[in-house]
Write a protein that binds this ligand. Structure first.
Ligand code: COA
Length: 251
C-alpha cells in the first residue's frame, strides 16, 4: 500500500509510503488520502490525523508523470489531487504532520492546513511551481502570505527557494524541530494529546481558529483553474519532459 492507514486510540496515521519515488504522490495515493480525510469528518473514532512519510522523504510532491498526463487531457476538475486538496481544506479533524527530509510542492503547501508540524533537522521545504511553469495550489497563495508575510511567501512560492526547518519555523509553518530518531514519537505524542482532549470542543475551537473558509475555497478553485491552464502550456510540458528524460523515463 502506498498509503498506509493505521488507527489507534483516536489517532489515524496516514503514512505516505512510496520510497522508491521519494513518496511522489499519484492519483491513487491522493484518493486514499482524500477518502481518509473525508471519512474522518464524520467518524467520531477519528479524533486527529497524523500524516508522515518515510525516512528522508515526506513527499517529493505530485508525480511528474501524472502532471504530464493531465497536460495531455487537460481536465483537472475531478482529478484525485483536487479531491484531496478540497478534503484538506474542508477537514474538521486536527492534523499533525511529521516531516523528515523532502517536502516538495504539495509536500510543503499541505502543511499550511496542518495544525502541528514537526520537522527533522534535514527537512527541506521547497515549492518549485514557477520553475515548472505552474502556480501555487492548496490555497497557498492565500495562506502563505497570511502566515509569513509577502516577502517570505514570495521567496518560497515565487522564487522557489528552499527553506530549512529553522526558516520554516520562523516563517510559522513548523512548530517544532526534532531529531530524525525522535520525530515520529514526538508527533505521535502530540497527536495522542489532541486525541485525549474533548473532541467536540477541539473541533469547534480549531474551526474558530481557521475562520470563514469560503474565501479559502474560492481561492483554491481559482488556483486550480489557473493551474490546469498552466499544465497545458509548452513551458510546463517541457519542464516535465526534461525531468522525466533526466530520470530516464522517456525517449
Ligand atoms: N514525480 C515522479 N517521480 C519522482 C518525483 C516526482 N515528483 N520525485 C522523485 N521521483 C523519482 C525519480 O524520478 C527517481 O526515479 P528512478 O529511481 O526511477 O529514476 C526516484 O524518484 C528518486 O529520485 P531522485 O531524483 O533520483 O532522488 P534525488 O534525491 O536525487 O532528488 C528530488 C530528489 C525530490 C530533489 C528530485 O527527485 C526532484 O527534483 N523531484 C521532482 C520534485 C518536483 O518538482 N515535484 C513537483 C513539485 S510541484
Amino acid at each position: 500500500m502506498m498509503i498506509e492507514i493505521h488507527r489507534e486510540a483516536g489517532v489515524e496515521t496516514l503514512r505516505l509510503n512510496r520510497p522508491a519515488k521519494k513518496n511522489a504522490l499519484t492519483g491513487e495515493m491522493y484518493t486514499a488520502l482524500a477518502e481518509a480525510l473525508e471519512q474522518g469528518n464524520s467518524d467520531p473514532e477519528v479524533r486527529v490525523h497524523l500524516i508522515c512519510g518515510v525516512p528522508g522523504a515526506f513527499t517529493s510532491g505530485n508525480d511528474i508523470a501524472d502532471f504530464l498526463a493531465f497536460a495531455g487531457d487537460g481536465n483537472m476538475a475531478d482529478a484525485p489531487v483536487v479531491r484531496f486538496l478540497r478534503a484538506l481544506a474542508a477537514c474538521d479533524t486536527p492534523i499533525v504532520a511529521a516531516v523528515d527530509g523532502l517536502a516538495i510542492g504539495v509536500g510543503t503547501t499541505m502543511l499550511f492546513h496542518c495544525d502541528m508540524v514537526f520537522a527533522s533537522p534535514r527537512a527541506l521545504f521547497k515549492t518549485p511551481f514557477i520553475d515548472l511553469g505552474l502556480v501555487p495550489e492548496a490555497g497557498a497563495s492565500l495562506l502563505a502570505p497570511a502566515r509569513m508575510g509577502h516577502a517570505r511567501a514570495f521567496e518560497l512560492l515565487c522564487l522557489g527557494e528552499s527553506f530549512d526547518p529553522v526558516m520554516a519555523k520562523t516563517a510559522g509553518f513548523v512548530n517544532h524541530i526534532a531529531p530524525e530518531e525522535d520525530l515520529e514519537a514526538r508527533a505521535l505524542a502530540c497527536a495522542r494529546t489532541i486525541a485525549a482532549k474533548p473532541a467536540e470542543a477541539m473541533r469547534m475551537s480549531r474551526s474558530l481558529l481557521i475562520g470563514d473558509r469560503a474565501v479559502l475555497r474560492e481561492r483554491m478553485e481559482e488556483e486550480i483553474r489557473l493551474f490546469a491552464e498552466c499544465l497545458r502550456s509548452d513551458t510546463a510540458r517541457s519542464a516535465f519532459a526534461a525531468f522525466l528524460d533526466k530520470a530516464g523515463k522517456t525517449g
